[in-house]
Write a protein that binds this ligand. Structure first.
Ligand SMILES: Nc1ncnc2c1ncn2[C@@H]1O[C@H](COP(=O)(O)OP(=O)(O)OP(=O)(O)O)[C@@H](O)[C@H]1O
Ligand SMILES: [Mg+2]
Length: 465
């Protein structure tokens, strides 16, 4: 099996011992270096797949070496050797991206096992990277992934409709990927070299939105000092993505209808009609049929928008996507956070597949991101996911081959308790923080801090009208 190992230790005897232990059993290409600075220079010139380094060394310690190596080549596997007294530092090293640590004194089989695993990990990372690149070239959907029949059909239709100019309506619950689909359509269209401009119709008050979209002439209203181009003009020849279209005011619905029907509009305060050449994609997570029945949305506009319709189902209705999405996010956040996680345990996948994801893909993405950040080792475990309601997560110990260090296990359990408790508390009080704090018998400021630490958004619990 190919692979190169750079061993760094200031004690020459130790270097010789390690080299012998590995070379007697394996065919790896081994280099040894007793001075960490020289080791780094050597690595810069000829990077190794695995760096096996001592922690305490004069001149530059193992952590500094780890950081330097990782910043040069994030996909290098680094294993640190640690004496009994420095385990804390070793744990710290795994947080900083070390693949693993080995405590001294060690046995030959432990060294060999870890070296093999680290090199295997390194190969996986490289293959994953190449595989992803290959897929992107082949499928052309860089960031939109899916394996379920529904998603495959969606990819197929994106390819069919993208080159046309047909108006597209994308519906589906929050977090199901509507914006990504819009982007994919734009990227596969003949207008991909032009811009796609996104406008969130909810976020902007109606009057402001009108002049944002259509522009205004000088003196159109107080404060309109000079003429301003609208986004419709900015998106000329490109794509205009109108997000949350269900929230558009009646007046703007009318203007949009005209734009769709005649390809014409008037800037605010202007009497001159302008022509627009753009493709419109609209999205909403509201049920437009209901809005039409309740006279909040124009039926004629709906039919104009609904020429090509994409419906994105909730994640729980396409469980086949969960594994692929999880691996996709795992690779993404492992790279971003420089963590050596490349795989997910079957148990953790099982937990994800059993979960119903009210926040859909966005929630899965957040879950994996957090899991990667707290993970130690090369596989994401149930404990890492910290999903409410799984007792294993609470214990924070089960799936790991050995118990976590006591302090870490305890911290995890406490973090988990905080999250669960605060969510229940906020739920009970509809996201009202003062009331929640009072009923829990704690200070409001303290509750604020806990909410922040647990990364909870209190708005999520506000009762919806
Ligand atoms: N099929 C997918 N493949 C990869 N990532 C996805 C997929 N679907 C959604 N995501 C990710 O999930 C998150 C939410 O997606 P997006 O913003 O497109 O959802 P949305 O339907 O527009 O949600 P909302 O209605 O809340 O605006 C994004 O970070 C996006 O990258
Ligand atoms: Mg969106």
């Amino acid at each position: 099996m190919p692979g190169s190992v750079l061993i760094v230790d200031d004690e020459k005897d130790m270097l010789a011992l390690l080299e012998r232990m590995i070379a007697e059993e394996r065919d790896y290409e081994i280099t040894v270096e007793s001075d960490p600075r020289r080791a780094l220079a050597r690595f810069r010139e000829k990077p190794a797949d695995l760096v096996l380094t001592d922690l305490k060394m004069p001149g530059m310690d193992g952590i500094a070496l780890l950081e330097a190596v990782k910043s040069m080549r994030p996909d290098t596997a680094v294993v640190v050797l640690t004496a009994y007294g420095t385990i804390e530092t070793a744990v710290e090293a795994t947080r900083k991206g070390a693949f693993d640590y080995i405590t001294k004194p060690f046995r030959r089989d432990r060294i060999l096992l870890t070296v093999d695993q680290a090199l295997h990990w390194r190969r996986m990372v490289r293959e994953n990277l190449e595989l992803r690149k290959a897929l992107e070239v082949k499928e052309g959907f860089a960031s939109l992934v899916g394996a379920s029949p529904v998603m495959r059909r969606i990819f197929e239709r994106i390819r069919q409709v993208a080159p046309t100019l047909g108006t597209v309506l994308i519906t589906g619950p929050s977090g199901t990927g509507k914006e990504l689909v819009a982007r994919a359509i734009h990227q596969h269209s003949r207008r991909s070299d032009k811009r796609m401009i996104t406008v969130n119709c909810t976020a902007i008050p109606s009057e402001v939105l009108e002049s944002e979209l259509f522009g205004h002439v000088k003196g159109a209203f107080t404060g309109a000092w000079k003429e301003k181009k609208g986004l419709v003009e900015e998106a000329d020849q490109g794509t205009l993505f109108l997000d949350e279209i269900g929230d558009l005011s009646p007046h703007l619905q009318m203007k949009l209808l005209r734009l769709l029907q005649e390809g014409e509009y008037k800037p605010v305060g202007s009497t001159v009609t302008r022509k627009a050449d753009l493709r419109i994609i609209a999205a909403t997570n509201h049920d437009l049929k209901t809005a039409i029945r309740e006279k909040r949305f124009r039926e004629d506009l709906f039919y104009r928008l609904n020429v090509i319709h994409f419906e994105l189902p909730p994640l729980r209705e396409r469980k086949e996507d969960i594994e692929l999405l999880s691996r996709h996010f795992l690779a993404k956040y492992a790279a971003v956070n420089r963590k050596p996680v490349t795989d997910i345990t079957p148990e953790a996948l099982g937990v994800l597949q059993a979960y119903d994801f009210p926040g859909n893909v966005r929630e899965l993405e957040n879950l994996i991101e957090r899991g990667v950040i707290f993970s130690r080792g090369s596989r994401l475990t149930v404990a890492d996911l910290q999903l409410e309601g799984t007792e294993e997560a609470e214990a924070g110990v089960v799936e790991d081959p050995h118990c976590l260090p006591f302090r870490e296990a305890k911290e995890r359990a406490i973090r988990h308790f905080h999250r669960r408790y605060i969510r229940r508390l906020l739920e009970e009080h509809g996201g009202h923080i003062s009331r929640a704090a009072e009923s829990a018998g704690i200070q409001r400021q303290y509750l604020h801090r806990l909410i922040k630490e647990a990364e909870i958004d209190p708005a999520e619990f506000k009762s919806r009208g």
